[in-house]
Design a protein around this ligand. Structure first.
Ligand code: AMP
Length: 418
């Protein structure tokens, strides 16, 4: 990685400002899944164990951005962090302002503070509010005004630390140029990746830039529109792309196959056809299901049938079929690098989960560097109980997708080059 890492820095006597992703599920004031908090502990412990003090900030949920809302307070997270660290966590009832900054300044070496949800301020995301009937000129002015406000807000966040070291360990938010993930870096001497961020960039970066071959990508999920750029980018890098999930049937339609009532984005059929042509021209093996599980309704109780590459009138394809499972699992077995994003079928319903879980097990068993890219594929991997057999399970759905699309992530770009 060509970006500074927190482990390269001497944090002794410094008050480090760290962005983490503590956007965890909370029910009735109690954290119900602390995976994301646990994931940040190596970076937190590094600072606290090496003579630094630490101010943590995070977003949490989707408040309105107009100040405090009890439902979106990070207070329950502070309580859970306290249990996990086995030491007190000072809680800042705001994320900016004189009182919070004074609390931060009073921190001693080894002490940690978590400040309140950064999204209580609309400047965090920096989205200008635009009236529907606003002219282009007005929209431009509103956006420019918000940009100035966002920078002012980032400067206030920066005051929480001592201006020496900012650390970003929130990979899941790295694809957004928010105040706490990117803009704040302008006010720090050194901007470093945390351990989690570093691991994400290393795995995803290595897979895309210098993969061990054969390099196989498995792309599934509901819609082609969300993954089109991933497929296009990976086409230049992979030896084979295996397509599954709802997006397969837009490709089917482009090939003139019957798709019944299967998911299809009609406005993307042409694009799907274009991708198929490109794959042929570039000699990339883009594989589509050779058989399917079709159902007569979108329900776990629906009647089901195995069909080939044409779906019956009135039926919908909800999973890949047994021959496709065999084909895809063989591809995976021979791979040295596997990147997987998106389920092969409606795995949330047991009759349509086979394809996803079979691929999951094949990836786990394979002798490859396996990278599971966020969202539903991570849920599937966790459900199948093989998560610990994957090389890397990404914590960032949107961020890992944008990474795979070949886009620069603002939160990574803002870090200091080595
Ligand atoms: P995405 O967020 O694009 O990765 O899509 C994940 C969702 O795609 C899951 O909720 C799946 O149930 C759904 N999905 C996968 N295969 C199909 C299919 N053949 N038809 C409809 N939805 C599907």
């Amino acid at each position: 990685m060509n970006k500074l890492s927190i482990k390269d820095l001497d944090v002794q006597g410094k008050r480090v400002l760290m962005r983490v992703d503590f956007n965890v599920p909370v029910k009735e004031g109690v954290v119900t899944d602390d995976t994301r908090i646990t994931a940040a502990l190596p970076s937190v412990n590094y600072v606290l164990g090496n003579g630094g003090s630490l101010v943590l900030m995070s977003h949490f949920g989707r408040p309105k951005g107009k100040g405090y809302e009890a439902d979106f307070s990070l207070k329950p997270v502070a309580a859970r962090l306290e249990q996990l660290l086995g030491k007190p966590v000072i809680f800042g009832t705001d994320c900016i302002g004189a009182e919070t900054v004074a609390q931060a300044q009073a921190l001693k070496a080894g002490q940690v503070m978590l400040v309140e949800n950064t999204r209580f301020y609309k400047e965090e995301e920096g989205k200008a509010k635009l009236a529907d009937d606003a002219s282009d000129e007005q929209k431009k002015a509103a956006k420019a005004e918000m940009k100035v406000k966002q920078k002012e807000f980032a400067k206030k966040l920066a005051e929480l630390g001592d201006g020496e070291i900012y650390c970003n360990d929130a990979f899941g938010s790295a694809h957004r140029a928010h105040a706490s993930t990117a803009i704040v870096c302008q006010f720090y001497k050194q901007n470093a990746a945390g351990f989690l961020m570093e691991k994400e960039i290393e795995y995803l970066g290595k897979a895309l830039e210098n993969p061990k071959r054969p390099f196989v990508a498995i792309i599934g999920g509901a819609k082609i529109s969300g993954k089109i750029d991933v497929v296009t980018n990976l086409m230049n890098k992979c030896d084979a792309i295996l397509i599954g999930g709802g997006m397969a049937y837009t490709f089917y339609k482009a090939m003139g196959k019957a798709i019944g009532k299967s998911l299809c984005e009609d406005d993307k059929v042409e694009l799907a056809g274009e991708i198929l042509k490109q794959a042929k021209a570039k000699n990339v093996r883009l594989l589509l299901p050779i058989d399917n599980i079709e159902a007569d309704g979108f329900s776990a109780e629906a009647n089901t049938k195995v069909v080939g590459e044409n779906i019956d009138e009135g039926w919908m394809a909800l999973d890949i079929g047994p021959k496709t499972i065999e084909l895809y699992c063989n591809e995976v077995a021979g791979a040295k690098t596997v990147v997987w994003n998106g389920p092969m079928g409606c795995f949330e319903m047991a009759p349509f989960a086979k394809g996803t879980f079979a691929v999951c097990e094949a990836v786990a068993k394979s002798d490859s560097i396996s990278i599971i890219g966020g969202g539903d594929s991570v849920a599937a991997v966790n459900l199948s109980g093989v998560a610990d057999q994957m090389s890397h399970v990404s914590t960032g759905g949107g961020a890992s997708l944008e990474f795979m699309e070949g886009k620069q992530l603002p939160g990574v770009v803002a870090l200091t080059d080595k």
